[in-house]
Design a protein around this ligand. Structure first.
Ligand SMILES: [Fe+2]
Ligand SMILES: [Fe+2]
Ligand SMILES: [Fe+2]
Ligand SMILES: [Fe+2]
Length: 319
């Protein structure tokens, strides 16, 4: 058993060192399908990052520090390597001005169309907790859009005296493990919310790094504070209602299922598609990431076996 723990510890410590590494320069993808696949993959990586942080926090609460470390380290790879390298492949991070324009559009759409619609649906589905959450999210996203608009004005009118706002550091809300609170379309909408919020967090984290490297420190703080609210509050509150976090064993099983799909199905098919249209850099990256995901699946499997054997030993001792 020590060997298994040691193997997990090695994987975890290696991955912990990854951080938010600078992605190597790659050529931008021209093929539309390869581009769309890359964006799909980026959504998956952002969601894996946010989910593993949530699973890691739950494992730490349950006193399973090895599992917590493994989830946190794997989360760092999903964002710091996979999402980042895929973002570089499609030139996802633009200038500060372009990043602000894209984000204003996204926030405004969430504030005026997506979340008000989800709130209405939640009322129809008889889930007032979700309706309240979606209303709160709509208001917060409107604030994000307004702050980004002000930042854009300050940057494009440097002599106006307007300063870039830095936003607010919102304290993270813990996710309560359990079953879904709502059902039907509202449950689907909560799951879509998790994906959207995870993607906003990952995107703004990258935009923050870009602003920081260009010396725009106030803008970097605005991106970081907004990313913190998307993950620590919006994702977390939706996760509690959606029943994202369960027992450590169930969370590991879900992670293994996701990693196995990415390693054996999704990334190999994306790599084949990219190779078939001559997008060799994309094909190589997808193949590399498929290999990493297989490593994640086996590290999670080791952790699950370790956890279940520990549970069986405790039951034998009690009998
Ligand atoms: Fe990944
Ligand atoms: Fe937002
Ligand atoms: Fe949000
Ligand atoms: Fe992974």
């Amino acid at each position: 058993m020590r060997t298994v723990r040691a193997a997990i510890a090695v994987v975890a410590s290696t991955l912990l060192g990854v951080g938010l590494a600078q992605a190597p320069a790659r050529a931008a993808v021209a093929d539309d399908t390869t581009r769309a696949n890359t964006l799909t993959a980026m959504h998956g990586e952002a969601f894996a990052n946010a989910s593993y942080l949530a699973y890691g926090a739950e494992a730490a609460r349950n006193g399973h520090d090895d599992i917590a470390d493994l989830f946190v380290a794997t989360a760092a790879t999903e964002l710091g390597e996979h999402f980042t390298e895929e973002a570089a492949l499609v030139d996802f991070v633009g200038t500060d001005v372009a990043n602000l324009r894209t984000s204003i559009e996204g926030e405004w759409h969430e504030a005026t169309v997506v979340y008000p619609g989800y709130a209405q649906q939640a009322r129809r589905d008889g889930c007032p907790r979700a309706a309240r959450l979606f209303q709160e999210l709509a208001a917060d996203e409107a604030t994000h859009a307004a702050q980004f608009r002000l930042a854009l004005y300050a940057i494009t009118h440097p002599r106006s005296g307007v300063r870039v706002p830095i936003g607010t550091a919102v304290p993270p809300v813990p996710i309560v493990a359990g079953l879904p609170v709502c059902s039907g379309v509202t449950q689907d909408n909560l799951e879509a919310t998790l994906r959207g919020e995870a993607f906003a967090n990952a995107s703004y984290t990258r935009y923050a790094q870009h602003a920081r490297s260009g010396g725009r420190l106030r803008l970097a703080r605005l991106w970081t504070n907004t990313a913190g609210q998307e993950l620590g509050e919006h994702f977390s509150e939706a996760a509690t209602l959606a029943g994202l976090v369960r027992s450590d064993a169930e969370n590991l099983r879900k992670a293994i299922e996701g990693e196995t799909y990415e390693a054996g199905t999704m990334y190999p098919s994306f790599a084949r598609q990219a190779a078939s249209v001559g997008e060799d850099e994309a094909a190589d990256l997808f193949a590399e990431i498929a290999h990493d995901e297989a490593g994640h699946a086996s590290a999670f499997l080791y952790a699950l076996v370790d956890l279940e054997l520990g549970g069986m030993r405790a039951a034998v001792r009690r009998s």
